[in-house]
Design a protein around this ligand. Structure first.
Ligand code: ZN
Ligand code: ZN
Ligand code: ZN
Length: 474
């Protein structure tokens, strides 16, 4: 039965409009958000700010895109001043009769979600980057701005990323953003600097001026006075008398008249009430409210807070799934970095210019990697790539090198060997890999394509790589 506004109540907490179902969660519900995956959007009946914050965090920090990318609306009688929550919701409604006005927004977000392919990323960092850019893509957000936030462990929150971390681990957010920038996913712009505890990386620090001798913050401060006529310099207490509040010089007994005329206050003197040490310059210490370490300010870990914007490469990575960072694949034993591979290729091309001979570069590509990677977990993926490298390694000479161009494309050299023999060896490697995959995964087919290019000293390393990989399915 539809009411005059076109709303159909399907269940107690589910309503339907224009073919979309909305799950309604109110403060009487428990905090489970699993049910969100069966509906097109979520409406939180907001009476309690803490409840709203918790539900929004739970949805947005979930690991499944069926949950964390769902549009969220607040049905509210109150204003929400939480900056983090406001960045993580898609709109507000004052009553359910207004539901038709949010339909275009739901349609737009869900259609953007359907552009995306999801993979299982190799590492935690890659997984976080994938989540972050997927959300930015579906909400058509280009910029990731840091917001000053009291509940953040590093004093600034990047809402859709920070929501995945507890306060104690929030410094990891900065490492992940650094990696994403190195991968070319983001461009950045400096905003501010934040200081983190040297022991636990918390940004919740209490700064105090302390005694340079004993570290106590318990001290008192006095002005120092310089009497011009006689040149006497001493703390203000030396100038006080017991009768009135005038100042008299203890050396020449003259009464002090006007500051700047006959006397001056050139500096101050601090006296520690703990150890009685007298000093002119304090040390500044920062006590960590999280682990109690009293850091000297030089020890603090200063980190740049930047604003990030998604690059074209980042947008493509959101659509195709972000499987691994360069660091992840650098860690696979038996391989060299892709940059190193290109340098070695350059030297081999140079060598061929001076000598007769035949050398080759080869590539093996996993077809449709996002399908493969979406079915296996990150540890299995790492194992899979290690096994592939092992097979290749045992079929080529020890002087040849292997590298990953990406998590789905492996390149290798076969130097000083005829082109035809390279092709034969590569075909043998592919056969062994196919058998290996068939035993490792009984209900999943992993397919490979491959190519060999003979080195031509007239062409650059980049052109060779291009020749090698241009025909692969992406
Ligand atoms: Zn002291
Ligand atoms: Zn004097
Ligand atoms: Zn600490």
């Amino acid at each position: 039965m539809k009411d005059p506004n076109g709303i159909e109540r399907v269940e107690e907490s589910v309503i339907k409009h224009s073919g979309f179902t909305f799950l309604i969660i109110d403060h009487m519900d428990n905090l489970s958000v699993e049910k969100v995956q069966y509906h097109n959007a979520l409406i939180i009946d907001g009476k309690d700010v803490d409840f709203i914050r918790q539900i929004v965090r739970r949805v947005r920090s979930h690991n499944s895109p069926d949950i964390y990318l769902k549009p969220i609306f607040i049905l509210k009688g109150i204003n929400i001043h939480d900056a983090l929550v406001n960045k993580l919701i898609d709109g507000t409604l004052f009553n359910l009769d207004q539901i038709e006005f949010i339909i275009p927004e739901v349609e737009r977000i869900l259609s953007r979600v359907s552009d995306l392919k999801f993979t299982n990323s190799i590492s935690f960092e890659a997984q976080m980057i994938e989540k972050l850019i997927s959300f930015m893509y579906t909400c058509e957000i280009q910029d990731l701005d840091p917001i000053p936030y009291v509940y953040s462990g590093i004093n600034y929150a990047y809402p859709i990323l920070s929501v995945n971390f507890r306060q104690n681990d929030e410094h990891t957010v900065l490492e992940i953003l650094d990696i994403a920038e190195q991968e070319g996913i983001f461009e950045s712009e400096y905003v501010d600097r934040t200081y983190l505890c040297s022991q636990c990386s918390s940004g919740h620090l209490s700064y105090r001026e302390v005694c340079p001798k004993c570290g106590s913050s318990n001290s008192q401060t006095e002005d120092i006075i310089h009497h011009f006529p006689c040149g006497y310099v001493g703390p203000i207490r030396d100038f006080r008398n017991e009768i009135d509040d005038q100042l008299d010089c203890p050396k020449c007994n003259k009464r002090l008249r006007h500051i700047g005329v006959d006397y001056d206050k050139p500096s101050v003197l601090h006296e520690c009430k703990n150890c009685s040490h007298k000093f002119q310059d304090y040390n500044v210490k920062a006590k960590c409210l999280s682990c109690q370490t009293d850091n000297s300010v030089e020890q603090l870990n200063g980190r740049e807070i930047k604003k990030y914007s998604l690059t074209k490469k980042g947008e493509l990575a959101a659509i195709n799934g972000f499987v691994s960072t360069s660091k992840d694949i650098d860690e696979i034993i038996g391989t060299v970095k892709f940059e190193t591979f290109k340098t070695m290729l350059k030297y081999e091309i140079e060598r061929l210019r001076q000598t007769e001979g035949s050398s080759n570069v080869c590539a093996i590509h996993i077809i449709n990697p996002s399908q493969v990677y979406s079915k296996i977990g990150s540890e299995v993926q790492k194992g899979l790539l290690k096994d592939i490298v092992k097979v290749i390694r045992s079929n080529i000479r020890s002087s040849d090198v292997i590298s990953f161009q990406s998590s789905s494309t492996i390149v290798l050299s076969m130097n000083e060997i005829p082109y035809k023999i390279s092709i034969r060896i590569l075909k043998e490697i592919i056969e062994i890999l196919k058998k290996l995959m068939a035993t490792a995964f009984n209900n999943m087919e992993v397919n490979f394509e491959h190519k060999v290019v003979q080195l031509d000293y007239k062409l650059s390393p980049d052109l060779h790589i291009h020749q090698l990989t241009k025909d692969f399915n992406q």
